[in-house]
Design a protein around this ligand. Sequence first.
Ligand SMILES: Cc1cc2nc3c(=O)[nH]c(=O)nc-3n(C[C@H](O)[C@H](O)[C@H](O)COP(=O)(O)OP(=O)(O)OC[C@H]3O[C@@H](n4cnc5c(N)ncnc54)[C@H](O)[C@@H]3O)c2cc1C
Ligand code: SF4
Length: 487
Amino acid sequence: MADPRGFLKVRTREDRPKRPVPVRLMDWAEVQQRQEAGTLHEQAGRCMDCGVPFCHQGCPLGNLIPEWNDLVWRDRWDEASERMHATNNFPEFTGRVCPAPCESSCVLGINQEPVTIKQVEYAIGEKAFDDDLIKPYVPQRLVGKTVAVVGSGPAGLAAAQQLTQAGFTVAVYERDDRIGGLLRYGIPDFKLEKSVLERRLEIMRQEGTKFRPGVEIGTDITWDALRRRYDAVIVATGATRPRELAIPGRELAGIHYAMDFLVRANHLVAEDHVPDPIDARGKHVIVLGGGDTGSDCIGTALRQGAASVTSLAIGRKPPVDRADEEPWPMMPRVFEVSTSHEEGGERTYLASTVEFVGQDGRVTGLRVAETEYREDGSRGPVAGTEKVLPADLILLALGFTGNESRELTEQLPVALDSRDNVARDETYMTAVDGVFSCGDAGRGQSLVVWAIAEGRACAAHVERHLTGQTRLPEPVTPSERAIDLSL
Ligand SMILES: Cc1cc2nc3c(=O)[nH]c(=O)nc-3n(C[C@H](O)[C@H](O)[C@H](O)COP(=O)(O)OP(=O)(O)OC[C@H]3O[C@@H](n4cnc5c(N)ncnc54)[C@H](O)[C@@H]3O)c2cc1C
Ligand code: SF4
């Protein structure tokens, strides 16, 4: 156990420090900084090493949280890294972007602030790279079977690493020009700098995983040809089909899906040539949707120099504290203040969109009304409360409606479920023998931690399918549901 009296001596939680807002708005570097060693030691020492560690259940990966809190407290970083990597391929990603459902189920959280689990995870990931503790794990012998992973987000990468380390010959196909999925072109650098991704990809290359960026399966190589070429195929193509807002004026210039904006912004930060940039400089920006995607749009627009940023949500403002119907150890839906929210902009709730207003083919504003909740459970605009908010750029961050799978289902008899995600059984296998699916492609837009957990579990089922047995862990089943954070 970490410090037996730690939670009595250190009653306050201290998060990682953040760079001052005016400074961080001048660049794209990560907002959060490393924590000073003494503070980290104290914070790790608050872990009570509970007899029943509910944090294990809270984390989809089943991370061995009390074990590594103890090891960090004792300064035994090599063992902490070993215990971390026993359940999580990429603590440097989750330590930065995970919303930490584990902390909502931390037992200390019942009557004190929970342990800062995520930042201990971050510290272990960084220290492991600093001290050269992360070595490529090259398998002693090859199994003699090949696996194609389609999609290089966290699900595909986790599956690929598990299978490569288990001796399979693995190629990861990615339609984008670089590997990483939403870690690369969705999540901005101010949350996750791309050098963090690169150093992990380099380890994976040394282990033997082959990366094939710039290849779209279904177009450059057909899905059925890929299936014939490999012993197994994993569909880890994400769920990035954006939700539409079909109100009058949608055709006006200046209205974009959030991902069109964020992908271009990420390319610009990478100093790529972007022929048709979407630039927020000097513009009045409205972001529709209050989840992670909307928050990333706010931080990006502010860094680009927007004149104003307003984010609108149709529903009620969530409560600041845990509601009675979401008791511990559930992850409650509470009012979140992300680092982007701290940086500026206005947040408005109960705003129903009525129409986009424009002039000469360009958007100039958004007509909104107050939202009312009706007795039948539906919600809509209140008559007589309409007003026009000025806007030159409107970003739709209204969530995602499933997999971009047209070619997949045309070229292979793969079925979709009722939410347009790739249907799979409890072994992650789709309707086609030897074709598996994991991550957002199968469960719908979710979280990085769920993508990694599914990638790991899917790899185990692929191994069992191809060799009759597996030594790989299976942290989650496809039917275990994520906490819906309405991205
Ligand atoms: C803007 C934004 C911010 C987010 N922020 C957070 C956050 O802070 N914390 C968090 O936990 N989660 C966050 N999420 C959610 C998280 O990023 C996803 O849940 C996660 O990336 C899913 O991983 P994945 O591997 O299943 O899919 P993805 O990361 O979507 O990767 C799928 C990849 O497949 C590729 N692909 C698709 N079709 C093909 C094809 N036919 N051929 C070849 N390649 C193909 C795509 O180009 C893509 O690179 C965010 C999501 C968005 C959109
Ligand atoms: S991956 Fe997320 S849920 Fe799991 S221990 Fe880390 S922060 Fe907590």
